[in-house]
Write a protein of this length. Structure first.
Length: 233
């Protein structure tokens, strides 16, 4: 030990860049409409102040530790979290919708029934994957451009898939590792394609299936595709 350190009374920050706090407009009426609640403006302000937010001239001053706060819906979430979800009454949204299934839903149900009839098991996977999953499929650089999560739980769930095959191969791997020596799996999965900074991605639903084991090869996979195509007309 060198013994040359000493205790200081202030905080020393080596980052000399000037921090400019983000400001969000506070519309308490919008928050109530979004939550279906009736929380007064003053109560919302008090909740935000207790969480470390500043308030000035109808604007919320975001502290530097809250890098997840960017939109009005983020403010509404914080208000609801502290106010208590159990205190917000259950209400039915005022939406106009069809009283029957759409043609897309009918077609999807038909595809699912056909896949089940062909001996497949339906699986449901997460849309979040690891960037390394693209390497296993040897995908090109263009196909690897993904929507990156701002605060992922870990590298394994840090991007949103551009190909449902990444998730399906993980299903096959896990089953094979657990000594399931044959299997047929399918999923109507969603893929996500980035469109630009601060823009919502393009979403596409696809049918993805995999089969392996004794008697399964390229020709059986091709036959399944032909059967699904012809029978779903």
């Amino acid at each position: 030990m060198l013994g040359c350190g000493e205790v200081v009374n202030t905080i020393i920050d080596e980052n000399h860049s000037e921090y400019v706090p983000e400001r969000l407009k506070h519309d308490y009426k919008w928050v109530n409409e979004h939550l279906g609640s009736d929380i007064s403006e003053n109560e919302q302000i008090e909740i935000l102040k207790k969480l470390g937010f500043g308030y000035e001239n109808g604007e919320i001053i975001v502290p530097p530790t809250r890098i997840d706060m960017h939109r009005a819906c983020d403010v509404a979430e914080e208000v609801a979290r502290i106010y208590g979800y159990n205190r917000i009454p259950s209400t039915i949204p005022k939406l106009s919708s069809q009283g029957k299934r759409t043609p897309e839903q009918i077609f999807e149900d038909k595809v699912i029934s056909l896949a089940l009839a062909l001996g497949f098991y339906e699986v449901m996977t997460y849309s979040f994957i690891s960037p390394k999953d693209y390497e296993l499929l040897r995908m090109d650089e263009k196909s690897r451009k993904s929507v990156v999560l701002r605060r992922p739980l870990g590298e394994d769930t840090s991007v949103m898939r551009t190909s449902a095959l990444t998730s399906m191969m993980e299903v096959v791997r896990r089953n094979w590792s657990n000594r399931n020596l044959e299997g047929r799996f399918f999923e109507i999965a969603r893929e996500y394609f980035p469109t630009g900074e601060n823009q919502l991605p393009v979403e596409r639903d696809v049918l993805c299936y995999a089969l392996y084991g004794s008697g399964e090869d390229f020709f059986t996979a091709k036959g399944v595709a032909e059967e699904l195509w012809q029978s779903s007309d």
